[in-house]
Design a protein around this ligand. Sequence first.
Ligand code: AMP
Length: 121
Amino acid sequence: MSETIFTKIINREIPADIVYEDDLSLAFRDINPQAPVHLLVIPKKPIVSINEIEESDRELVGHLYWVAGKLAKDMGFDQDGYRTVMNCGENAGQTVFHIHLHLLAGKPLGWPPYTDKMKQA
Ligand code: AMP
């Protein structure tokens, strides 16, 4: 499969503001933050989208949520609250085809996370 920009970040071929790394995953700051804290938690394995998650990946995907919770506690926003989002495909606006958990925090986050204009579409 084709390599994405996230593989380049994993391989240190392009810079990123990395906040966490272990054998299975990497977390770094989103280049275009949508909240005061906007991190991306990714597996090192390049899974294209939620549609390509295999049975053998279940523990790995769960690991991403464990990392998100750890970062929330380590960075001190676990009690204030935060949001995790994984977009899948065109209607969700997925732009990088290597799964990533958005971790948004640092302010009250609106819900639902789309505009009235989009709702009518
Ligand atoms: P999505 O639209 O769910 O596929 O999210 C992709 C995210 O990756 C967007 O929020 C982008 O701002 C972010 N992004 C793209 N390139 C980079 C990069 N080089 N470093 C950090 N974040 C990036």
